[in-house]
Write a protein that binds this ligand. Sequence first.
Ligand SMILES: *Cc1c(COP(=O)(O)O)cnc(C)c1O
Length: 405
Amino acid sequence: MPGFELFGEEERKHVNDVMESGVLMRYGFDGMRNSHWKAKTFEKAFAKRMGAEYCQLVSSGTAALTVALASAGIGAGDEVIMPTFTFVASFESIMALGAVPVLVDIDDTLTLDPKAVEAAITPKTKCVMPVHMCGSMARLKELKAICEKHDLILLEDACQALGGTYDGKPLGSYGDLGCFSFDFVKTITCGEGGGIITNTKQFALNADQYQDHGHDHIGNDRGAETHPHLGYNFRISELHAAVGLGQLEKLDTFLAIQKKNYTILRNELSKVDGVTFRTVPEGGEENYSFLNFFLPTQELTEKAHKALGEAGVDACFYWFKNNWHYINGWEHLRHLKSMGNLPQEIQNQIQDLNNTNFSKSDLWMGRTISSLVKIGWSEEQVKERALKMKSVIENSLYSHHKSTL
Ligand SMILES: *Cc1c(COP(=O)(O)O)cnc(C)c1O
């Protein structure tokens, strides 16, 4: 996945343009900047590539989620439905606005289970936030139908699925708003950065203002601009946008390499009896940033994961026992360990996460291993990795039988 594996002339050229003018800010200084507008150019190109009307760049993927929620009018006491398997940014962005995260189970897609979503809807629900984890998507058609029925915002977190599609549309462009991260380990990177896409003009306008202290961005004198709403500073710098612009030019090359490497790994693992793969909803195509597979039981999965590590197969993740991506590891959320007081709405409304039954999620997560798909691997390295993974997993699944025979 990580775009940083293939830095080159493209990024250097755009960064040099910025360094030569010395304008590191995305707004203003028109005379000094030699016509270089890296953030603006990125936004235009990204919207086009994603088939969306509007794009707003911001300082991180977490900022993208926060700004997207704020732009849709979500605030204190509003409930946002999110999955148990995701990155911590999901609840961080919701809670930053005083809104209340409502965690629900995932299914064999490793993303939101539509039935669990529908069951969690209350009069306070405002938004459903599917997270397309590890390169593949949620059941978007079902989720959209639920959102339309209950008049809810559908906000896609596509931070890990840039380049995947559903129903012929780029992930992130199917819902009302889509969010992306360009942090250092994502498919394309700005170093730090994030993006929001939408077709709703009002959301785009709100995002544009909110991420820059509420500035209306009208006219040529920044100091004279007015502020229709309260905002914050989630701006991206021109330097970060420059790196991202270089990466964006190579996105389709990165995706093609990912698919090729993924296919080699998958073909080899398909030969192992007992390995099954994560469900990709009909009409969806992954971005191939991870190969996600299930083993028959939690015990065997833990054993295989440990064996893979011992055999030197790097970048295989067992999220079930990981600090950052599954509810099991979010002790700080479960016990609401905040440095200061949390908004009353969160304190009053948040579900008792220590006593909520997430056994359906546990069943899938306990059996899931994800192998990162790197774009810097040579074909030989991928083939070697595939054979090694196959033999280690086979050993983990069947050595017991052999030794008892
Ligand atoms: C990386 C990531 C984010 C947050 O992005 P940052 O740019 O690191 O803030 C949010 N959601 C998911 C699913 C991610 O993988």
